[in-house]
Ligand binder design. Structure first.
Ligand SMILES: [Fe+2]
Length: 208
């Protein structure tokens, strides 16, 4: 595990400085796939390159070595963001989240852990997830909790345009409270934690 994730299980980075056009995520093919609310997902990289939102274990592999799908061709800025991290990646998806009905629905119903490390070989880096929020949702936030039922363990990550952060989502319970009136979009990528991901985190660290 990376030192920067060991203590809290997450790290918030500087916002992405480049522009990606909304048509890149608005024109993707979205599948009906529910996770953490009223959601749809567009698959940019999957276990075998098919438009398949399921876990890579369905193909007998860990959540690494993602294969770009046809969707990715219409989203060059999004796929370039993944390449620029320059670390081994697995699934790459855009989440489309409808506005939350209430905060209670998030903390009581949608908080969950991800299954990131199934089939991950012993000795290889743990899989964690990185977010690039695409829409500007400054009043929305990701709820993280070490203990699902203990609000005192909660931390909130705000979601303005192009905010970036990394979460060990197999350790931390998580879900987004989306306060907006339009869907919130974000790019979610599984990365192997190791020196390559650390280099990207260091290069994007918040300067105090
Ligand atoms: Fe999740």
């Amino acid at each position: 595990m990376l030192d920067c994730l060991a203590e809290t299980g997450f790290v918030v980075l500087r916002p992405y400085a480049s522009m990606i056009e909304p048509r890149e995520w608005e024109n993707l093919t979205y599948l009906d796939w529910k996770s953490g609310g009223d959601t749809n997902f567009a698959v940019l990289a999957s276990g075998d390159g098919q438009d398949d939102p399921r876990g890579f274990w369905e193909h007998g592999k860990p959540d690494k070595d993602g294969v770009w799908t046809a969707n990715a061709e219409g989203a060059p800025g999004l796929s370039q963001w993944v390449r620029d991290v320059n670390a081994r990646f697995g699934r790459v998806r855009v989440i489309k989240l409808q506005p939350s009905t209430s905060l209670a629905s998030v903390t009581e119903q949608y908080l969950h852990l991800d299954d990131n490390n199934r089939l991950n070989p012993d000795g290889e880096g743990r899989v964690v997830r990185a977010w690039l929020n695409l829409t500007d949702d400054p009043n929305s936030y990701m709820v993280l909790r070490e203990d699902r039922d203990d609000p005192s363990t909660e931390y909130q990550i705000r979601l303005p345009a192009f905010s970036q952060f990394v979460v060990d989502t197999e350790r931390l319970w998580h879900a987004v409270y989306h306060a907006g009136t339009a869907p919130r979009y974000a790019l979610i990528t599984s990365f192997e934690s190791g020196p390559d991901l650390q280099s990207w985190i260091d290069a994007n660290a918040v300067v105090a």
